[in-house]
Write a protein that binds this ligand. Structure first.
Ligand SMILES: [Zn+2]
Length: 163
């Protein structure tokens, strides 16, 4: 199922854990449905989290940063895998490079194209699972909450139904 060597982790199973964070937690709390989890290479969950901008009024709590903080201190990040339901924004891409996280697995990059090309250019293994469930989960949510979404991705929103 995975696309690399025989010992590659089961990325889809890992994505399922990030997805569980997104709708089951974030969405239930009225927040943005983006979830993430940081794994060891063997598939052990180190930390999991979800976007809590709305719930906590804190724009710095993205799925990835939440999962990263929950994982606590790790000796090395090279063998960790950041799994996120959506292409990581610049802020989270910066986190990946700052700490040397070796692999990023994303559920989709259709609703948002973040920094994953840049990560790839700098030697991070990037896997885009193009998961239809992730695409529709966030796509439907954006259609219903365009203003919150534009605030989340740091774009000015004139507010009048552009999209
Ligand atoms: Zn982010």
């Amino acid at each position: 199922m995975s696309d690399t060597t025989g010992r590659a982790p089961d990325y889809r199973a890992m994505l399922a854990i990030a997805v569980e964070e997104a709708p089951a937690r974030s969405l239930a709390e009225g927040g943005i449905p983006i979830g993430a989890a940081l794994f060891a290479r063997d598939g052990t969950v180190l930390g999991r989290g979800h976007n809590r901008r709305v719930q906590e009024g804190d724009p710095s709590v993205h799925g990835e940063t939440d999962a990263f903080r929950k994982a606590g201190r790790q000796r090395s990040y090279r063998d960790t895998v950041m799994v996120t339901t959506l292409s990581p924004c610049w802020y989270c891409s910066g986190l990946v490079r700052q700490f040397g996280i070796g692999t990023v697995v994303m559920g989709e990059s259709v609703n948002f194209h973040g920094g994953h090309d840049w990560l790839r250019e700098h030697g991070v293994e990037v896997v885009d699972l193009a998961d239809p469930g992730c695409i529709s989960m966030l796509g439907d949510w954006i259609a219903a909450h365009p203003h919150v979404w534009h605030e989340d991705i740091g774009e000015d929103d004139d507010g009048c139904g552009g999209h």
